[in-house]
Ligand binder design. Structure first.
Ligand code: FAD
Length: 417
């Protein structure tokens, strides 16, 4: 299932604890194991809960998956070739924007995964490479200076480095002294999936086998985002709507609702999409929040990663890609090339490398919530100077950037919070 990618042999091995076995934590484990570190991942529960929907992985994420030798084909991606805008009411195609020579330009495909397929692949890869996975380990407290981690089950472990990848509601973030400033978004989201075989039975073949992300709406709060994943076996929809519609107060990933509710939320929408909704599976409601960027990501021997560090609205489809970039940065910084730096210097370098870029994507995701023209891929920087572009996101050379930061070493050496 996974290629043989033996860890590099020169690096001085560190003991690294990763809290959270989501996409970010597993990616970090793979990247650090590849640099010959001893990695243990601690996950609060077992797997087998949420199935989720589609997750697009642009080349800034896919590049690292390829570099780590993750066997991407096993996660059955659909390779995206275009973005399509439909008329809200009639469904007529208004714009088809081809992504053109994406692989040639950015070096990898634009992969669209079923989230669970990517998660299983990363978990299997991490274990096959020699990372240890400890389930039923809910981390409860951190001693950031000593590198000590305590769990609800009473266990205590020490590590040279602790990567806190415990998601948007991270407990470890609080342990590092950060109190998030959070406001509920004006938007909520339903998500649902449907097998393509069912769509064909329903006469909805227009939605099957399209190597595209398809949009209805997107200027204002209402937006439907549809894509094929899992070798074109599944179609997934994200459906954004005004929060005041149902005043959803519950929080979490697993709040179910009915097809009738889904349809009633979007009156006047393309009847073909309503028909899909009427037969959809696994319809979940999702409350969205806006987190202001945190003041820092690193304290002592501990660093935040992924949604724990930079939770973002889903409108740039970049949350997982940015988590994979975080992992990529750790892999570069904890390679033997930077062995001359101490753990604290390396973690500071990680923050210096990652925080400005992830913050920029986080802010652009919030703008894209109600303005599709802010989404990377739809337009270029020339129509609005300073906006986030597909070139900036997908054409990024992290290794060079890290080398540049190291060349300005004085800023790395001062680690004072
Ligand atoms: C519906 C939806 C659609 C999305 N679409 C896209 C997309 O198209 N493209 C994209 O790039 N991103 C997308 N994202 C964002 C992306 O899924 C997230 O940004 C990404 O999964 C974050 O990964 P993570 O590992 O940081 O956090 P999570 O996936 O939340 O993982 C955190 C893990 O930590 C565990 N944990 C929590 N607390 C503890 C504790 N105290 N001790 C031990 N373990 C703990 C949790 O059980 C979980 O396994 C989407 C997100 C959602 C919800």
């Amino acid at each position: 299932m996974t290629e043989d990618m033996s860890p590099s042999s020169n690096t001085r091995s560190l003991n690294i604890a990763v809290v959270g076995a989501g996409l970010g934590g597993l990616s970090a484990a793979i990247a650090l194991r590849q640099q010959n570190h001893n990695v243990t991942i601690y996950e609060r529960r077992d797997f087998g809960g949420e199935v989720g929907a589609s997750l697009s992985c642009a080349s800034n994420g896919s590049r690292f998956l390829e570099e780590w030798g993750v066997y991407i084909a096993a996660a059955k991606p659909v390779v995206l070739k275009s973005l399509i805008m439909h008329d809200w009411a009639s469904g007529e195609v208004q714009i088809k924007y081809g992504l053109g020579d994406y692989r040639e330009k950015f070096g990898t495909d634009y992969n669209n995964f079923h989230r669970i397929d990517l998660h299983v692949l990363l978990k299997e890869t991490a274990i096959a490479r020699g990372c240890k996975l400890e389930c039923w380990h809910q981390a409860t407290s951190l001693d950031t200076e000593a590198g000590e981690l305590r769990f609800e089950n009473g266990e205590v472990v020490n590590a040279d480095v602790i990567i806190c990848a415990d998601g948007i509601r991270s407990q470890m973030r609080g342990q590092m002294g950060i109190t998030p400033r959070v406001t509920p978004s004006a938007s909520c989201c339903y998500r649902c999936i449907i097998p393509t075989a069912r769509l064909l039975e329903l006469g909805l073949e227009d939605f099957v086998g399209n190597d595209a992300i398809e949009f209805w709406g997107g200027y204002g709060i209402n937006k439907i985002v549809m894509s094929n994943c899992s070798d074109n076996g599944v179609v997934s929809c994200y459906c954004f709507y005004p929060a005041e519609h149902n005043n959803l107060r519950e929080d979490g990933w697993n709040i179910s609702t009915t097809p009738e509710n889904l349809i009633a939320t979007f009156p006047g929408l393309d009847p073909r999409v309503h028909k899909l909704f009427a037969h959809a599976d696994d319809i979940k409601m999702w409350r969205l929040y806006v987190h202001e960027p945190y003041p820092y990501w690193v304290r002592g021997r501990c660093a935040l990663l992924g949604d724990a560090a930079h939770p973002m609205l889903p409108d740039q489809s970049q949350g997982a890609c940015q988590a994979i970039e975080d992992a990529g940065a750790l892999g570069i910084i904890f390679s033997d090339q930077y062995d001359h730096l101490s753990v604290t210097q390396r973690l500071q370098l990680y923050e210096d490398e990652r925080k400005p870029r992830a913050t920029r994507v986080q802010e652009a995701s919030a703008r894209a919530r109600t303005d599709l023209s802010e989404r990377i891929g739809w337009s270029s920087s020339t129509d609005r100077p300073g906006k986030l572009t597909i070139e900036e996101v997908c054409g990024y050379d992290m290794k060079n950037h890290v080398a540049g930061l190291v060349a300005e070493a004085p800023s790395i050496v001062s680690v004072v919070h």
